[in-house]
Design a protein around this ligand. Structure first.
Ligand SMILES: *[C@@H]1O[C@H](CO)[C@@H](O)[C@H](O)[C@H]1NC(C)=O
Ligand SMILES: *[C@@H]1O[C@H](CO)[C@@H](O)[C@H](O)[C@H]1NC(C)=O
Length: 196
């Protein structure tokens, strides 16, 4: 009976074969981050401008992200930003922001707000990855997931950014009915990822 219900849920969600079951929610959160092409970034408007009615208004934008490569999931979100972008201007003024992921973007069959269609918000600070080995690693992760980015670096001075472990403050995660699940940064980073 339970097996049948889980199977039905998997069908409803259009879950891919490597999606952990909903009750292993920390793993689902890690799977969602690793599988996502992009996140919605929410920054605080550094000034009044297009898309910002007033300074301090939340500004939602799209960032292409990665947390590793084809064989590695770190759980740490990396992105690649040019200095002139609106969202970059915001985080240079105040790095506190959040990143939101929806399973709908990677193939949930139900509608995005339906709880079994997983969603995750990571709140923290997005900062530039330090130059040197950390930055080289970040670029290898970004280029492995988004080969287009190699071309971007020729036109603009894009830099890799991350939400470093010490700068993650909390998670808001839903993958089933009953409200947001709680887990710590340590639990999130420790959740084993099965990469198929
Ligand atoms: C992924 O990154 C790790 C750590 O840098 C590396 O050991 C591994 O070879 C990389 N995998 C691929 C497919 O590039
Ligand atoms: C964490 O954020 C602060 C800004 O508040 C920044 O100076 C620091 O470099 C970040 N940590 C890492 C490891 O990037």
């Amino acid at each position: 009976m339970l097996g049948f219900r889980l199977l039905s849920l998997a069908v409803i969600c259009g879950a891919s074969s490597n999606r952990p079951p909903f009750f292993e929610y920390v793993k689902v959160a890690r799977w969602l981050v690793h599988s996502s092409d992009y996140a919605v970034s929410s920054t605080s408007c550094a000034s009044e401008r297009l898309g910002c009615a007033f300074k301090g208004q939340p500004f939602g934008d799209i960032m292409s992200v990665t947390d590793g490569n084809a064989t590695l999931s770190t759980g740490i979100v990396y992105t690649y930003l040019p200095p002139e972008d609106a969202a970059t201007q915001d985080i240079l003024a105040d790095p506190r922001m959040s990143l939101t992921f929806s399973e709908k973007a990677i193939g949930c069959k139900s509608t995005a707000e339906d709880p079994p269609c997983a969603r995750l918000t990571i709140a923290g600070k997005l900062t530039q990855v330090p130059d040197g080995p950390e930055s080289d690693l970040a670029l290898s992760y970004l280029f492995s997931k988004h080969p287009q980015m190699k071309e971007w670096s020729k036109a603009h001075s894009f830099k890799p950014y991350w939400m470093a472990k010490e700068n993650i403050s909390s998670f808001f995660f839903i993958d089933f009915y009953g409200g947001a699940k709680e887990f710590t940064v340590e639990e999130y980073l420790a959740a084993q990822q099965l990469i198929i």
